[in-house]
Design a protein around this ligand. Sequence first.
Ligand code: COA
Length: 160
Amino acid sequence: MPGSEPGSGPGAGPCWTIRRASAAEIPAIVALEAEGFARPWNAAIYGEEIGRAGAWTLVAEGEGGAIVGFVCAWKVLDACHLLRIASRGELRGRGIGRALVEHLAGLARAAGCVHVELEVASQNAPAIRLYERCGFEVVGRRPRYYRDPVDDALLMNLPL
Ligand SMILES: CC(C)(COP(=O)(O)OP(=O)(O)OC[C@H]1O[C@@H](n2cnc3c(N)ncnc32)[C@H](O)[C@@H]1OP(=O)(O)O)[C@@H](O)C(=O)NCCC(=O)NCCS
């Protein structure tokens, strides 16, 4: 596994480190889930994800050790399927999401993946913007894929 990499926001913003999550980070990840998602994943799910072979759960650690973001993905044959990503609400727009996706892409490439794929709600503008900035393109659409609220899923792909 490659080592962690420092990242930083624009200007003289705070720095963070991207690394694999351990069980100690589960409460922090679950707190970010509750902040970022209407139907958050719980601690039991992340306990499985962190121990899952062929999967990545990465965290972004800020100054002082605070967990400010995470991403969760599976290796499926030659694809990396990005399942979840979130950054702390008051720190969004500073590049944490992008640092997480770029680090994940590097790990996936090293593991033999040839692309990263994901589904995103068509009305989730911040997430779509993040993925576009990382080089993803829309390759398909699943009408009414999401419920509460009903929304289409965009299928996005990043060749590695
Ligand atoms: C999607 C999410 C992870 C992005 O994280 P982030 O740390 O803000 O990402 P970045 O700072 O790297 O921003 C990437 C791009 O998105 C843009 N962006 C961030 N927040 C935005 C917003 N509210 N509206 C529009 N664009 C936004 C940034 O400006 C940046 O684009 P730029 O480089 O052109 O300025 C974050 O908004 C989040 O946690 N959302 C809730 C959970 C979620 O919806 N996850 C995705 C579905 S799994």
